[in-house]
Design a protein around this ligand. Structure first.
Ligand code: MN3
Length: 199
């Protein structure tokens, strides 16, 4: 079974005015599609064929840059579309809210740490909320790496990720990464983050 570009579950315009429809369409149909296609090309006929994306990423050390970059790109964008909510963010509640308070002191402190990680990731990459040994931590990764990878500095289960490649925001925000991160914060689907936390 080849990897498939997922449907978004909402329209490209559904995240306006925070994320513009044109950026969403290009991001999904060009960038994510390209990662998906290149991953399929790289895996086809290799020992990785038939493995889940999680299994591939958890054992990516020693694999080609093509597998690492496109496997990461495929997985990361699958997550990214799901943790965005048309209609805007709710708030973290219940066990997730408790865990954020326990790990960071408050949700506001978590936001500061997450935004700081996203702002200080030099060049292209991602910032993450990671579940690691029953604790929540913030990290960032370069390129399309992620915390599932055995090559990541901070390893664990990614619960929330923000794409800080310029293709995610340049059309609307140009070089203003802080404005994009504010927009992202307004769109977080905390129900999905909670589902990942519990699952
Ligand atoms: Mn992207």
């Amino acid at each position: 079974m080849a990897f498939e570009l997922p449907k978004l579950g909402y329209d490209y315009s559904a995240l306006e005015p925070h994320f513009d429809a044109r950026t969403m369409e290009i991001h999904h149909t060009k960038h994510h599609q390209a990662y998906t296609d290149k991953l399929n090309d790289a895996v086809k006929g290799s020992s990785l064929e038939g493995k889940s994306i999680e299994e591939i990423l958890q054992n990516v050390r020693g694999q080609s840059a093509t597998v690492r970059n496109n496997g990461g790109g495929f997985y990361n964008h699958n997550l990214y579309w799901k943790i965005l909510a048309p209609g805007g963010a709710s708030k973290p509640e219940g066990e997730l809210s408790d865990a954020l308070n326990e790990s960071f002191g408050s949700v506001e402190n978590f936001r500061d740490a997450f935004v700081q990680a996203a702002l200080t990731q030099f060049g292209s990459g991602w910032a993450w909320l990671v579940l690691q040994n029953n604790k929540l931590v913030v990290s960032s990764t370069p390129n399309q790496d992620n915390p599932l990878m055995d090559v990541a500095d901070v390893q664990g289960k990614p619960l929330l990720g923000v794409d800080v490649w310029e293709h995610a925001y340049y059309l609307k925000y140009q070089n203003r990464r802080p404005d994009y991160l504010n927009a992202f914060w307004s769109l977080i689907n905390w129900d999905e983050v909670t589902r990942r936390f519990k699952g």
